[in-house]
Design a protein around this ligand. Structure first.
Ligand code: NAG
Ligand code: NAG
Ligand code: NAG
Ligand code: NAG
Ligand code: NAG
Ligand code: NAG
Ligand code: NAG
Length: 808
């Protein structure tokens, strides 16, 4: 037992370490993925994640496809209760924890296809009550397992499962699933099927089954399975069938009588199987048969099937037909009986080079004929349409797209007799020129000549057209009157400007993408009277201001025309600095875009600012200050000049007055009636009262001199300056203020002898701030107050005289 014990420990160590490692990675080592768009779709595909990445719990849709994720742990998706879509397609998932999806209450779509899941666990889906779509395709499980996987999925509408390893389907496997819109089962190697497994699926919209193995090895199984899903209302698609003999067609024997709509994909048939199948479908109620990817392995010996009648078949569609042995293949029987009842017939991409007139004459009911992507030429088309003879009289739609046709006039001549033809698709042909005139059936409304090689258009095009597709040619111009045209496709040509709209009064849709348009304008659009939809992206736009503004208004939908190809396709090609920028994002300089507006607005602003400044200056008496400063400067200069002159001449200052009297005009009466008489002609003849000489501007200024100079010289020639202050002085007399202002400046220069007389009580604060000199003077110099009381006036005069006498 001892060695055993050691082995146990060793095993534990060996196995636990990678598990721990993974746990660590799983919890902490999870990388974030933040590639989420505004619709909360997080695209974390193709990113090499080995663990479920950390994604915002607000995500609605999470794409983890094509990574290398190997496991989903219990905690990986814990926060994603809002998630609707989870895609784990194309990983290497081998392990999913039973409760990994438990938190995904809102999950509607789950894709686990193309992984390595060997077993499926019903616990995964147990809580996914709103799941509508589940894809389990291509995993290596051999059975679905029990208990039934889908039991709780009551909302399931789309179910896909199976793969190369699916071996058995048991009766209980689809328990709980009923109403399905789509069922896809890959069961190419199915070996066991319990009858009734799919029997409970009703209604079933569309069943797609790959049953290669059962059809070739156990046809009973295939038949039983098919019987379970086939109802008249169920569309059946069978994929990857290879029918090589009579027996292999037998599973279809019963169901072909039940179904109405059968599609076959990747389908190969031998001659024997073809005959057998044709016999089987004789007279069945099948309405639509579509075969995509048909390989004929035989030689075309179908003679025994000449009775087949498909009276009920409305539509026969076959594309991508390959005949393996084309040299030996020769249909020894005519198959016209197959083609005489359908209304819709398509034989596409099948290297067909001829459809004989004999056959088309049989197709008396056909209204829709599509022979696109074959090898029909002008000549064989001529055979097909029987030259000048009547054929295909009921034909409405003819699609010859993708054939090597060269002559448009031949085509027009041939189809003229198809009097009910409304749609003609001759796109992807080799037409390189258009004849000057053509004849067409009067009923023709739609022509598609896109991807040909036309360089010009002519009146060949019929006036009856409502839809015309001329995209991807080499056109530069389009001038043709088409009065009832509704749709015009001109993308991928070489247009420099929009065609003139006047020719198309009924045009509603214009597509002109990928040309070389530089600009288009409102008037261009307005020339189309009925235009509603425009696609003009991917052109070489020159992003001028006018164009950008116009296009933005167009994109914003304010012009009545809807842009239907997305804002992002409108990109500037020039100027160089804007190349590659979306037109609705570029910012152009305002100067460039609104020159007139810009200039007028800036002028207006400048004017306004100027006015504002002027008003402000005026309010602050700035002009007054300026004028005063100027006057003062001038006076000061003159004064200095005079003084220098006097010094040169040697004459001293000429003092001839005792005082210069500065006063307001309104106080003139006081000066004349009191001051002058009192000082010049004193009434009492005491010592003190000897006469003084006064300088009054009214009386003593020299006429003819500038007033400022007069003041200057008067002050200069006086010992003192007497200011007669009053409210009048301060408030009213502007003219005097000016003068006095300059006195103060000058006064400062002399630095002495100012005498202030207050005619009425004034405090310093009554004086406006701008007379700062006066204010200063008032606070530094004592002043004399004119007493109202007569008794005290002699006292006043005495003080004044004293002041005037106290000489320098
Ligand atoms: C998600 O991204 C990949 C490339 O990372 C891209 O190929 C794929 O088209 C994207 N899927 C969708 C739906 O946009
Ligand atoms: C996944 O891993 C394999 C090898 O481990 C590697 O070759 C492959 O490129 C990886 N795939 C992605 C999408 O990273
Ligand atoms: C064919 O399949 C049926 C149904 O699963 C089965 O009963 C039968 O044994 C199979 N036959 C052969 C030959 O494998
Ligand atoms: C077509 O079916 C055959 C089996 O008949 C299969 O081997 C092949 O891979 C299929 N081809 C395609 C393209 O699915
Ligand atoms: C069908 O072929 C048989 C011979 O195999 C012939 O007798 C019969 O007339 C043919 N019927 C038609 C409608 O061509
Ligand atoms: C004609 O066939 C082409 C290619 O199969 C298809 O794109 C086109 O829509 C068809 N035209 C009409 C009018 O059905
Ligand atoms: C014209 O034909 C082209 C190519 O077959 C096709 O892509 C296009 O959609 C058609 N135009 C119209 C308006 O149907």
């Amino acid at each position: 037992f001892r060695p055993m014990k050691h082995l146990w420990i060793l095993a534990l160590l060996l196995f636990s370490s990678p598990i721990w490692g993974q746990m660590e990675n799983g919890d902490d080592g999870r990388l974030p993925c933040s590639r989420c768009n505004p619709y909360r779709f997080c695209n974390c595909s193709h990113s090499g994640f080995t663990h479920v990445p950390m994604v915002t719990d607000q995500a609605l849709s999470l794409d983890l496809s094509f990574n290398n994720i190997t496991l989903v742990t219990q905690n990986d998706l814990l926060e994603h209760s809002k998630l609707r879509v989870l895609d784990l397609h194309g990983n290497r998932l081998a392990v999913i924890h039973p409760s990994a999806f438990d938190a995904l209450w809102s999950l509607e779509e789950l894709d686990l296809s193309d992984n390595q899941l060997k077993t499926l666990n019903y616990e995964w889906f147990k809580k996914l009550e709103v799941l509508q779509q589940l894809n389990l395709l291509n995993n290596p499980y051999s059975c679905l397992g029990s208990p039934p996987l889908f039991l709780g999925l009551v909302r399931l509408r789309k179910l896909m499962f199976g793969g190369q390893d699916l071996k058995e389907l048991n009766r209980e496997d689809l328990k709980g699933v009923t109403h399905l819109d789509e069922l896809t089962v890959q069961a190419n190697n199915l070996a066991r099927y319990d009858s009734g497994t799919f029997g409970g699926l009703w209604p079933l919209g569309h069943a797609t089954l790959s049953l290669y193995g059962p059809f070739s090895t156990n046809t009973t199984l295939a038949e039983v399975l098919l019987l379970d899903v086939c109802y008249p209302e169920t569309k059946l698609t069978l994929v990857d069938l290879h029918l090589n003999h009579y027996v292999s067609t037998q599973p279809l024997r019963k169901i072909i009588k039940r179904i109405r709509d059968l599609s076959l994909r990747n389908f190969s048939l031998s001659d024997e199987a073809t005959v057998s199948l044709l016999t089987l479908i004789d007279g069945v109620p099948l309405r639509s048969l579509k075969i995509v990817g048909l390989t004929l392995t035989g030689e075309g010996r179908w003679v025994r099937a000449n009775r087949t009648e498909l009276r009920n078949m409305d539509e026969f569609f076959v594309s991508d037909v390959t005949i393996l042995d084309i040299l030996k293949f020769a249909m020894t029987s005519e198959v016209q009986f197959l083609l005489q009842n359908q209304r819709k017939l398509s034989i596409i991409n099948s290297k067909m080079f001829l459809l004989s007139c004999y056959l088309t004459k049989m197709m008396v009911n056909v209204q829709y004929l599509d022979v696109s992507d074959n090898l029909l030429t002008d000549l064989t088309i001529s055979y097909m349409l029987c030259g000048n003879e009547e054929t295909l009289e009921e034909l409405r739609v003819l699609n010859i797209s993708g054939n090597p046709l060269k002559s448009l006039s031949t085509m027009s001549r041939l189809v003229t007799k198809l009097t009910k033809l409304t749609h003609l698709d001759i796109s992807r042909t080799s037409y390189s020129s258009m004849p000057p005139s053509c004849s067409w059936p009067a009923s023709l409304r739609y022509i598609n000549i896109s991807r040909a090689k036309l360089t010009t258009i002519t009146p060949c095009l019929p006036k009856s057209l409502e839809v015309l597709d001329m995209s991807y040619n080499n056109l530069k111009e389009f001038v043709l009157e088409l009065p009832i045209l509704r749709e015009l496709h001109l993308s991928g040509n070489k247009f420099l400007r929009l065609p003139a709209g006047g020719y198309y009064p009924n045009l509603q849709t214009l597509k002109i993408q990928s040309n070389t348009l530089n600009v288009f304008s409102l008037s261009d659009l307005q020339s189309y009277r009925r235009l509603e939809n425009l696609e003009a992206g991917h052109n070489k736009f020159v992003c001028s201001c006018g164009f950008v503004t116009f296009l933005r208004s167009l994109l914003a939908g304010s012009r009545g025309v809807k842009i239907t190809d997305g804002d992002q396709s409108y990109v500037c090609d020039s100027p160089l600095n804007l190349q590659g920028d979306a037109v609705d994002r570029v910012t152009l300089p305002i100067i460039q875009c609104h020159t007139v507006l810009f200039v007028s607005v800036s002028c207006g602003v400048a004017l306004f600012l100027g006015m504002l400044v002027s008003v402000l200056l005026w309010r602050c008496h700035a002009f007054w200050y300026l004028k005063m400063s100027w006057a003062w400067l001038k006076a000061k200069r003159d004064y200095q000049r005079h003084r220098r002159q006097r010094e040169i001449e040697g004459t001293g200052a000429l003092v001839s007055f005792d005082a210069f009297i500065s006063y307001s005009e309104r106080d003139a009466s006081w000066v004349e009636n009191f001051l002058v008489p009192e000082l010049e002609e004193p009434s009492d003849s005491t010592d003190l009262a000897s006469p003084l000489t006064l300088c009054l501007h009214k009386r003593d200024f020299l006429p003819g001199h500038w007033i400022m100079d007069n003041i200057m010289s008067s002050i200069e020639r006086s010992h003192h300056t007497v200011f007669v202050l009053s409210q009048n002085f301060i408030q009213s007399d502007w003219c005097r203020y000016e003068l006095d202002f300059s006195h103060f400046w000058l006064f400062e220069a002399r630095g002495d002898a100012a005498i202030l007389i207050l005619l009425e009580p004034l405090s310093k604060d009554d004086i406006p701030k701008r007379f700062c000199k006066l204010r200063k003077l008032m606070s530094s110099t004592t002043y004399l107050e004119w007493p109202q009381d007569e008794e005290r006036r002699p006292e006043f005069w005495r003080s004044l005289r004293n002041a005037l006498r106290t000489d320098d």
